[in-house]
Design a protein around this ligand. Structure first.
Ligand SMILES: C[S@@+](CC[C@H](N)C(=O)[O-])C[C@H]1O[C@@H](n2cnc3c(N)ncnc32)[C@H](O)[C@@H]1O
Length: 248
């Protein structure tokens, strides 16, 4: 699949998708830090959003939308910081443009946002400790044409990932520099990146696409049909998908 991983400078998800032989590209306004500039499109996401991608996974900025910044949005009780609110609305516009892009499979990730921005209802909430990292950092996913992520490795939570004024048990084992540097702290956890790539770009998803193409049916309108196939039938398509990936 041709996949756009928008607002991703770390290339965490892009590299996992490349391992599965997808034609995946990270995209960010800044240079990539993941070591593969040949897979990086350094441009604003909106410039390339509707370029015929088969799947878009996006991590749009949350600085002004996030609930963690609520105390700055309301510097005094009942009074909203108008400048900050306008910036938040711009952030929401960007987020919605990605969520409403012309693409059959879309996943947008963001933390819990301030109620002031009336964000659409998310599909799922996940935590790093569901994917092998012993921290909490509640993350929301808005999904279109993609299944909810299944937890891959649920581990004991040792504390919150990001220090916060309300949390007394912020994780202390992590390199402090990492949690204080917003760029470092916003990089996608490896366990989550692997789950996204394997579950949304793995052989079963490719098999599903091949099945719907073969049946000449719309995968969104007839999404129930794959679910109704027997396991043996699905396995046969998954084997086809593996061969297809080996040959292309
Ligand atoms: C919350 S961080 C996500 C980082 C991501 N999880 C990763 O592992 O690289 C948001 C990213 O969006 C990028 N960004 C901001 N505005 C953008 C735009 N208009 N187009 C593309 N990327 C943008 C920022 O540079 C930042 O790297």
């Amino acid at each position: 699949m041709r996949i756009l991983v928008a607002c991703e400078e770390s290339q965490a998800v892009t590299k996992e998708l490349r391992k599965l032989r997808h034609d995946a590209y990270s995209n960010d306004i800044v240079e990539c830090s993941g070591g593969h500039p040949e897979w990086h499109i350094q441009k604003g996401t909106l410039e390339i959003l509707n370029d015929g991608w088969d799947m878009i996974i996006a991590f749009p900025p949350c600085t002004y939308l996030s609930n963690a910044g609520a105390c700055r949005l309301y510097p005094t009780k009942g009074n909203i910081d108008e400048e900050r609110y306008k910036k938040g609305l711009k952030g929401k516009e960007f987020f919605m443009a990605i969520l409403n892009a012309d693409c059959p499979k879309i996943a947008v990730e963001n933390p819990v946002s301030s109620l002031a921005f009336e964000m659409p209802k998310c599909t799922q909430e996940i935590q790093p400790y569901h994917f092998g990292h012993p921290f909490s950092k509640k993350t929301r996913l808005w999904l279109k044409g993609l299944p909810e992520l299944k937890y891959t490795n649920v581990v004991e939570k040792e504390g919150t990932f990001l220090p916060s004024s309300t949390s007394k048990n912020a994780y202390t084992g992590l390199n402090d520099k990492k949690t204080r540097d917003p760029k470092e702290a916003s990089k996608t956890f490896l366990g989550i990146a692997k789950a996204m790539a394997n579950q949304w770009g793995g052989y079963e998803e490719i098999a599903k696409d091949m099945y719907y193409k073969y049946k000449e049916l719309c995968p969104v309108k007839y999404s129930f049909m794959w679910g109704q196939c027997s396991n043996e039938y699905k396995e046969a398509w998954i084997a086809e998908a593996r061969i297809f990936c080996l040959l292309t």
